[in-house]
Ligand binder design. Structure first.
Ligand SMILES: [Zn+2]
Length: 129
């Protein structure tokens, strides 16, 4: 997982080790992305969803994506996603968008306070403006 934030990487490894003890494999489907790859995904999303506004609900630009900055991971399996949704806050791993349950970012305060409320989708995230 090159270029991922080391704290995010550490938290996801700790969570994965604990999940493995109960038979759940936490597989990181997508972590860091290059700006070029993110731009490619964005162009694909614009053609798939028909407009920039619709694409923005699913795929950020290279300038705003937390994947490009190394601050996000996408989890591959639904059982792992469900396990992390329940237990991830204890590692500071939080879901951010209700329409992307597989997408987790590090929120260190979550260890004490729990995960913050999720945005409906990335177009509601002030970081994406
Ligand atoms: Zn993601």
């Amino acid at each position: 997982m090159a270029n991922l934030d080391p704290a995010l990487l550490g938290a996801s490894r700790r969570a994965a080790a604990d999940a493995a003890r109960v038979g759940i494999t936490v597989y990181v489907n997508s972590g860091w992305r290059s700006p070029e790859y993110q731009s490619h995904l964005r162009r694909e999303a614009v053609s798939k969803y028909g407009s920039r506004e619709q694409a923005a609900r699913w795929v950020a630009t290279a300038d705003t994506s937390p994947h490009v900055s190394g601050d996000a991971i996408d989890i591959g399996q639904t059982d792992a996603t469900a396990w992390l949704a329940e237990h991830g806050g204890g590692y500071g791993l939080c879901q951010v968008y209700r329409n992307e349950p597989w997408h987790f970012e590090l929120r260190p305060d979550a260890v004490v306070h729990g995960c913050p409320a999720q945005y409906a989708d990335p177009s509601h995230d002030p970081r994406m403006q």
